[in-house]
Design a protein around this ligand. Structure first.
Ligand code: DAH
Length: 341
């Protein structure tokens, strides 16, 4: 028996420190010290011993058990420490690695220009209005004095939804004039920015969708001088003091008299260059005194009230404001372009 125990001790004390995982160690514990383990098997032979031999053998067995248990305990500590070490390594955070860059966008240059325009008009007491892009021809044309047969109503210029040409994508923000006249109390001072749609081919200055800002004032005693004074002030605030403008006579069905306003070309300072197509001037808006018929159609007494209105192309204005030479850049949304503003 003694020899068996010695054998068991030797093999166990060799195997236990070699265990490479807690599971293996537990398997060894069961193998040597478990109920059906090797030590128990040896102890079962105690019955064969004489009464004198037993106590010494029992003591020997207890010693062996204690030795194996302490060896197992030692290995267990070693393996647990190693497991913790591995876990820490796995979960380690290297605080010196640069973090993921958080990319924040910023406002599109056209909306930057629009915000400036809105600020200027709000500062002068105007209200900002929003209106439908899917519009009735009644508002886009009829109530603006552009009767059936007017060239702008043509199918080749306008996106209609129905055969009868009654519902359309608005081709201008001017219908907002009518919507304001019909719903607001006089006097009225509004600006109405938004998208408009025309059947235009895309090139450096055209797009089938673009933005306009409509403006309108109706009050007693409003004159063309108010129109010119206000718009000149707006252009100076947008482009800086001393910005040169000019007004040219024009025709619009809903204003009389009508004009177009140009600002001197930012690229060449009026000498003429490709940006202004050699003109020295860039057209920024159409304007005029609201036609008495238009006022009357919306129930406003044209004897008592007068008004002026304008409609400007927002892209063109942003192009001048930020010195952008091609309209397509505004819509392509190439980050390398947008990042510059
Ligand atoms: N709606 C016109 C256009 O798209 C621009 C315009 C001209 C608007 C004169 C006005 C105006 O309010 O009075 O070409």
């Amino acid at each position: 028996m003694k020899a068996l125990m010695q054998e068991l001790k030797e093999s166990a004390l060799k195997a236990i420190p070699d265990a490479d995982s807690l599971e293996n160690l537990e398997a060894l514990r069961i193998k040597y010290l478990g109920k059906k383990g090797e030590l128990t098997a040896i102890l079962k032979q105690m019955g064969k011993l004489s009464a004198e031999e037993r106590p010494a053998m029992g003591q020997l067995a207890n010693q062996l058990r204690a030795e194996l248990e302490s060896s197992i305990e030692e290995s267990k500590k070693r393996l647990e420490a190693a497991a913790l070490e591995a876990k820490l390594k796995l979960e380690a955070v290297d605080v010196t690695i640069p973090g993921d860059e958080l990319k924040l966008g910023h406002k599109h240059p056209m909306y930057m220009a629009l915000d400036e325009i809105k600020d200027i008009f709000v500062g002068m007491g105007f209200t900002v209005l929003d209106g439908p892009e899917v519009e009735l021809a009644t508002y886009n044309f009829d109530k603006l004095n552009a009767e059936e047969g007017h060239p702008s109503r043509d199918w080749s210029d306008t996106f209609y939804f129905d055969e009868d040409s009654r519902v359309m994508l608005r081709s201008q923000t001017s219908p907002m004039q009518v919507r304001a006249m019909e719903t607001m109390k006089l006097p009225i001072r509004i600006v109405a920015p938004g998208r408009v749609y025309r059947k235009d081919e895309v090139d450096a200055t055209h797009s089938p969708m673009f933005h306009q800002v409509e403006g309108m004032v109706i009050d007693k005693g409003v004159t063309m001088a108010d129109l010119k004074g206000t718009l000149n002030l707006v252009m100076e605030q947008l482009f800086g003091k001393g910005t040169v403008t000019r007004f040219r006579p024009h025709h619009f069905p809903f204003t009389e008299p009508s004009c177009e306003m140009d600002v001197q070309c930012h690229k060449c300072g009026g000498k003429g260059c490709p940006t202004c197509k050699g003109e020295g001037w860039i057209e920024v808006l159409g304007a005029g005194m609201i036609h008495p018929k238009v006022l009357e159609m919306s129930g406003i007494d044209s004897e008592e009230y007068t008004g002026w209105a304008f409609g400007m192309g927002l892209e063109r204005l942003a192009m001048r404001r930020f010195k952008i030479s091609d309209l397509r850049l505004i819509f392509e949304n190439d980050v390398r372009f947008l990042e510059q503003f």
